[in-house]
Design a protein around this ligand. Structure first.
Ligand code: GLU
Length: 465
């Protein structure tokens, strides 16, 4: 029987969840879900100075918002120090690790010397065979094999190999008694039974060190995959400058989580030329292959397009539910039944929920609260506009039922019967109804407003002409 696939996401709570981290989480989640395996979440909070509970909370909120559910209990590295120390003990007993009394200054001096000789800065191994025991100020280092190569097949980058001599006896347990990142990760990845470690390639240089720890402990080594960082379009490190935001901000701005998952999954992975995926399709197709070894660039326009497309594909009642809190934020307590027709009218024109909610505003206020765009009233509220609006008031008074189709027919009949052009009549009417030259189909707007509100808006516009 093949082993159950187990993956994890292991964020450090030193900031909000960003796009790169979110993509790593998505890849690991998809891989586990594709193979019906398990996906775990581990908070790497050993850096007590930089780790903050508020960031852990924010990361968890973003994970939930993205729909990336995890299996089993959430793991906090800060609660597992004893476990890491037990592994260090084992390495010491096996003779694979040793106590080192060198001070930070001494190690720095070794590095300076090595650099001066044109060599790689490294710890020179002077405590290796001193047989030192524990004492304040001492750390524990891994005893590296004298020669050999560390080779592995990276799921993204292909075969990777480095010579052991490139490395030095690195620290496992710091002088302050805290385990190092590399030790804690190996212990946790092993204890959690992980089969695959997919992470950013900023960790690539750690992987040979982690493999050496696995080997020293004689533990099975998981498969590794290192995805290139997400860059800005200018190939620089991704930042706010490129329009990138923390996941929590996209939530506030009214992006749909499935659009962000879709966009990020596609950034560095492909399935033919397909751009838009349902979550089910992503789970079906994502099997850890087709990960792109070259850097992906963040494109906010494409993300926005992806979101707009996703918004258009949602059932109206779902979209109404999603936009309701954004409408409430604008101060309108609108029922879902009243939001659905608005969604139908405006969703083609909006690219996020915030924008969609804002586009409803002219139809949610009363005629006396309607705000006008001066440029449009100046252009369309004039003597000729007044003639059209007065005539239309009478035309629409007679429409029964007051719904889109009869309203459209009445408007078209007025234009045709009077030998007018639609493009002359529509602008004053549109400005009267919406306050500006935007919105949706005129007949849908009037049907939504109802006969009384339509009349009031026309009357108010006539007075402004
Ligand atoms: N905690 C690390 C980070 O946030 C990830 C470690 C790993 O994936 O091995 O970059």
């Amino acid at each position: 029987m093949t082993k159950e696939v187990r993956t994890r996401f292991a964020p450090s709570p030193t900031g909000h969840l960003h796009l790169g981290g979110a993509r790593t989480a998505i890849f690991n989640w998809l891989l586990a879900r594709h193979f019906n395996g398990k996906f775990s979440l581990r908070i790497e909070d050993t850096d007590t100075l930089r780790s903050k509970q508020e960031y852990t909370d924010s990361i968890l909120q973003s994970m939930r918002w993205l729909g990336l559910d995890w299996d089993g209990d959430l793991i906090y590295q800060s609660q597992r120090t004893d476990l890491y120390k037990a592994y260090v003990e084992r390495l010491l007993e096996l003779g694979k690790a040793y106590w080192c009394s060198c001070t930070a200054e001494e190690v720095e001096a070794m590095r300076v010397k090595a650099r001066a000789l044109g060599q790689k800065p490294r710890y020179d191994g002077r405590c290796r065979d001193l047989g030192l025991g524990p004492a304040p100020g001492r750390c524990v280092r891994l005893r590296l094999p004298a020669t050999g190569r560390i080779a592995f097949h990276d799921l993204v980058k292909g075969p990777i190999a480095i010579d052991v001599q490139e490395l030095d006896d690195f620290v496992l347990l710091r002088a302050d008694g805290m385990p190092t990142y590399n030790l804690a990760v190996v212990v946790d990845d092993h204890e959690m039974g992980l089969t695959h470690v997919l992470r950013g390639d900023d960790h690539l240089s750690n992987t040979p060190k982690q493999i050496l720890i696995y080997q020293a402990l004689d533990l099975p080594i998981p498969e590794f995959g290192h995805v290139p960082m997400i860059m800005g379009k200018d190939k620089q490190k991704l930042s706010k400058r490129h329009g990138a935001k923390a996941v929590i901000e996209y939530e506030k701005d009214g992006l749909l989580p499935q659009a962000l998952v879709n966009y990020l999954a596609r950034l560095g992975w492909s399935h033919g030329d397909q751009e838009l995926f349902t979550l089910e399709e992503l789970v079906k197709y994502f099997d850890g292959t087709n990960l792109n070894p070259s850097q992906a660039c963040f494109d906010e326009v494409k993300l926005s397009w992806c979101n707009a497309q996703t918004m258009r594909g949602l059932p109206l009642e779902t979209l109404a539910c999603k936009v309701q809190p954004f409408v409430a934020n604008l101060g309108f307590d609108t029922s879902l039944a009243r939001l659905e027709p608005l969604c139908a009218m405006f969703r083609e024109r909006a690219s996020d929920l915030c924008g969609l909610a804002a586009s409803f505003k002219p139809l949610l206020v009363t005629s006396s609260e309607l705000e006008y765009v001066a440029k449009d009233t100046a252009k369309h509220f004039n003597a000729q506009g007044k003639v059209y609006l007065e005539a239309l008031m009478k035309v629409f008074q007679k429409v029964e039922p007051f719904t889109s189709l009869p309203l459209n027919e009445a408007l078209n009949a007025y234009v045709a019967d009077n030998n007018l052009r639609f493009k002359d009549v529509a602008p004053p009417l549109r400005t009267a109804l919406m306050g500006f030259m935007g919105g949706s189909h005129l007949q849908d707007i009037m049907a939504y407003l109802g006969p009384e509100e339509t009349q009031k808006r026309l009357q108010r516009a006539i007075e402004m002409c």
